[in-house]
Structures are given as structure tokens and as C-alpha cells.
Design a binder for this molecule. Structure first.
Ligand SMILES: [Zn+2]
Ligand SMILES: [Zn+2]
Length: 499
């Protein structure tokens, strides 16, 4: 299939994807509580012929391809919404007050379902396997680690991963696709909560109390020391206290004062973040002690920075230019390689396997789509749904094709010794089998049954030539055919071979 044909096939799904997206948009759910969304996605996948399986608290995995040997590519859509009350003037607005698909994850789910349909239709062309991931709880940075802890990257083992996020409220035509081409593309994020304990009392008698508000104010100022005086010029580390609270009444000194905030860095190992955290603890406790208080500092909901694999990023940009031409942009060239400030929990995956992220413009600010994601009035333009489905599909087709397993023609082989010599040469197999042909047969059987390793051809020619008592080759062939023609007795596949 070529890019033009794929875009046409995706365009034919546009109406169906709009209906899916509107349905999901009316039923937003947050975190892991996807009582409507998850069964909805499961049903759609089953209707397409998939056998989706649960992963973690509320995730789903479905596999496409696997008929031809090759690698496994993970494609991710997140399914969760935000705790926002929708104010967008759309006729498919949220039916649940206090919840809204304000980050476009309904778009992501619809687009990946579109890709699932396209991939199913072209399953025979896939040189490997596509693992479709439908993820909960992205907005609270917990869905990705939960799925990782529950085997997301195993069975089959994932070799590379990709995600697509829509963006609205940008001065960019719909369908513009930004591909991150390497390095850190989004910052890490970690939450903190500081509690300063003093001793409450009457506002008229501060000498009998220990004022936690004064101590918290000093702590707030002292913390600025870290970014102003302790980070090196080329280190990126910002933290912001976004909520500061203490007391309820004007004439009462409270027992405690509290601060909440976030730390962000672009250090893949988070060494900068760990240093900031250590100094925050020291400063909070030291300043609190100087002012007769105590302080507790807690850190939670850590999400690392997103790391894009340069080789995969460059390949993705190339594929996307094949698909949409100049509408595919190199994000690194646009930003000068600077990471964006927002965070994304697919970053956890990016630290395990080569990963690429892409951003699809879905609402031009100069054309009525004024608000960005997470705003209660944000709208996303449905018009890009089909393109999003095509982006996922094309990335999978192209990347798997370029990483297809090597093909080895065994049609000319006559003996186990010859097969050994051939595999040794082509696969750089060590010569550890010696004359132990049983061990060799086991090893080759292993290769034959591991689809990611090798694509064998010519088995039928080899089989036709086999002496009927060639036990070693018979064993190899039996396992090979068990994989490529399951359910068929080897004798049916192999002329000249005993059942
Ligand atoms: Zn979001
Ligand atoms: Zn999002």
C-alpha cells in the first residue's frame, strides 16, 4: 500500500471516527475510572476482529500483524479526561459536569481505533507486529507506569514506541504534524507538598504562639536560592509553588501553613531534580528550625522527561514526509532543540524503549480555535481524525518494513551440516554446536519459532529433497510449519515427510 492509498482509505473512515470521538467526548472519565470508555474501546476492537486483553488497572492491549517475522512497534492512545467543567460550544459537549475531554484524548482514542481498522485490513502486509495501547490515567501520570508494571512491553517484546498528541489554539494550519527528532522533548514533572508546623494562638499574642505563616514565607523566599544561586547556567530546573495556604481567620495564628508546587527538569537521569529535592528538604527544615517551626516535605506523582530516540525520530520524520509532504515538520528545528514545558507520562516508556512523539495541529487559533488544551473552552477540529489514523498506520507499516527480519533462503540446503554453515554465516552463529546435531536442531527450531529473528523461505524445496529419516531437519520443519501454518499437520505441508 502506498501513502496516497492509505490516506484515501483513512478518509473513508472519517465519519465513523467522528461518531466515535463525539461519543467519547460526551462521556468523559478521569484517571483509572473508565467504566464507559474501556468497554467501548474493547467492543470496537472486537468488532474489527481483535482479541484485546487487559493490562493493568484499566488499560487495553491489542495486537495486529505477527504473520510475518519482524519487530514489534507500540502505538499509544490515552483515554482519560480532565476534572474540568466543559464550556466549549460544541453540540456533543460533556454530559458529566466536572469532567471534560479537554486534552483531546478522545481524539487520540478515535484515531488509534481508526488505525486499528486500517492495520487489520492490511495485516498481511505488516512485517512484524503492532501493539496497540489504550491507556488510562495519563493526566495523573499513573497510567503509563501501571501498564509498564503489568507487562506492557512484553509478550511480544516491544522494540520501539510512538505516540501522537493533538494541539489546538496554535497559529498553525490543521494537519500540520510536528515530529520530535531526538533528545529531550518534554520536561519532567514532580509534585511537592510542604507542611510547616508551628503553634497556633491568638493574633494578639504572637509571643505565646509559633507562627507557621511567617516561617513558610521565609521558606518560600529561601527556596529561590536554589534556582538563583545553586544551579549551573546550563542546567534546566524550575520549581513553582502554585498554592500557598495557611490560616482561616484574620485574628488567629494557625497551627500549620502549607505549600504545593511542581519541579521540572530536562535532565534524562533527573540528577538535577534529585539535587533540587535534597536542597528543598534542607532549606525547609533549616529555615523552619531557625523560626522555631518544623517542616515536612513530600514529593509525589513523578513523571520523567520524554526522551526521543534520534534514529527513530529521524525515521518518523522521513515517513511522515512521505505521507503528508511539507506538512510534516521537524520539531527540533522549530524549537532549536529546546524541550517543551508540559509533561507526558508516555515518558516512562521512552526511558525503556526507543520512542518518538508527534504533535498534530487540530485547531488553528486564527480560525476560531482560540483555546489550548486544558482550557474549559478548548475545541479540537474533527477534520484531522482520519489523518491521525493514517499517521499511526503509516508509521507502523514503514518502520516495520524497514526493520523486517532478514530473509534466509534454505531452498538449496541438503544436509543439517549445510544448514549449520549457512546460519553460521548469515547470523554469525557461534560454532558451539560441534557435532551435537540435536542441540543444533533445538537452536534452529528456536530461531524458526521466534518470528522476530528470521524470515525463512525455501523450506518446501528443502523438504522435498529430504531423506524421510532426517530427524533433525524434520524437527525444524515441523516447528516452522507449526508457526506459519498452524493447525495443519506437517505432512500436509511437507511433501515427502512422514506425519
Ligand atoms: Zn493533558
Ligand atoms: Zn494529553
Amino acid at each position: 500500500m502506498d501513502a496516497k492509498q492509505l490516506l484515501a482509505e483513512a478518509a473513508a473512515l472519517q465519519g465513523e471516527l467522528e461518531a466515535i470521538r463525539h461519543d467519547l467526548h460526551r462521556h468523559p472519565e478521569t484517571g483509572f475510572d473508565l467504566a464507559y470508555t474501556k468497554p467501548y474501546v474493547r467492543k470496537k476492537l472486537e468488532e474489527m476482529g481483535y482479541a484485546p486483553r487487559d493490562c493493568g488497572k484499566a488499560g487495553l492491549i491489542a495486537l495486529a500483524g505477527g504473520k510475518k517475522p519482524g519487530k514489534t512497534l507500540l502505538l499509544r492512545a490515552d483515554m482519560d479526561a480532565l476534572p474540568l467543567t466543559e464550556e466549549a460550544p460544541v453540540d456533543f459537549a460533556s454530559l458529566t459536569p466536572g469532567k471534560m475531554h479537554g486534552c483531546g484524548h478522545d481524539m487520540h482514542t478515535a484515531m488509534l481505533l481508526g488505525a486499528a481498522k486500517l492495520l487489520k485490513a492490511h495485516e498481511a502486509e505488516l512485517a512484524g507486529t503492532v501493539k496497540l495501547e489504550f491507556q488510562p490515567a495519563e493526566e495523573i501520570f499513573q497510567g503509563s507506569p501501571d501498564m509498564l508494571a503489568n507487562g506492557l512491553l512484553e509478550n511480544p517484546t516491544v522494540d520501539a514506541a510512538a505516540m501522537l498528541h493533538v494541539i489546538a489554539g496554535v497559529p498553525m494550519p490543521n494537519g500540520m504534524l510536528q515530529v520530535a527528532t531526538g533528545g529531550v522533548s518534554t520536561a519532567s514533572c514532580e509534585q511537592y507538598h510542604i507542611t510547616v508546623h508551628g503553634k497556633g494562638g491568638h493574633g494578639a499574642s504572637p509571643h505565646l504562639a509559633v507562627d507557621p505563616i511567617t516561617a513558610a514565607a521565609h521558606i518560600h523566599l529561601a527556596l529561590q536560592e536554589i534556582s538563583a544561586r545553586e544551579l549551573e547556567g546550563n542546567e534546566f530546573g524550575i520549581f513553582t509553588t502554585g498554592r500557598f495556604s495557611g490560616g482561616e481567620v484574620s485574628n488567629v495564628i494557625p497551627d500549620t501553613a502549607e505549600m504545593w508546587g511542581t519541579i521540572r527538569t530536562t535532565d534524562p537521569d533527573n540528577a538535577v531534580g534529585e539535587r533540587i529535592k535534597a536542597r528543598m528538604r534542607e532549606i525547609c527544615q533549616g529555615v523552619a528550625a531557625a523560626l522555631r517551626c518544623t517542616a515536612e516535605v513530600e514529593f509525589y506523582d513523578y513523571c520523567p522527561c520524554m526522551y526521543v530516540d534520534p534514529a527513530l525520530g529521524a525515521a518518523a520524520l522521513r515517513y511522515m514526509r512521505e505521507l503528508v509532504g511539507p506538512a510534516a515538520l521537524d520539531l527540533n528545528a522549530l524549537t532549536g532543540g529546546k524541550a517543551g514545558g508540559g509533561s507526558e507520562d508516555f515518558a516512562f516508556v521512552s526511558h525503556k524503549v526507543p520512542t518518538v512523539t508527534m504533535f498534530l495541529a487540530a485547531g488553528n487559533s486564527e480560525n476560531g480555535y482560540r483555546y489550548a488544551q486544558h482550557h474549559p473552552q478548548v475545541r479540537f477540529d474533527d477534520a484531522v481524525l482520519a489523518q491521525g489514523a493514517a499517521v499511526h498506520t503509516w508509521l507502523a507499516l514503514r518502520w516495520l518494513a524497514e526493520h523486517a527480519a532478514p530473509t534466509l533462503d534454505v531452498g538449496g540446503v541438503k544436509t543439517a551440516q549445510e544448514l549449520h554453515a549457512l546460519l553460521k554465516e548469515k547470523l554469525a552463529l557461534p560454532d558451539f554446536y560441534g557435532a551435537n546435531w540435536d542441540a543444533f536442531a533445538d537452536a534452529v527450531s528456536g530461531l524458526v519459532t521466534l518470528p522476530e529473528k528470521l524470515n525463512f523461505t525455501g523450506w518446501d524445496k528443502l523438504a522435498a529433497r529430504l531423506p524421510k529419516d532426517s530427524a533433525i531437519l524434520k524437527k525444524i520443519l515441523t516447528e516452522h510449519y507449526a508457526r506459519t501454518a498452524p493447525g495443519q499437520p506437517p505432512a500436509a505441508c511437507l511433501p515427502g515427510m512422514d506425519a
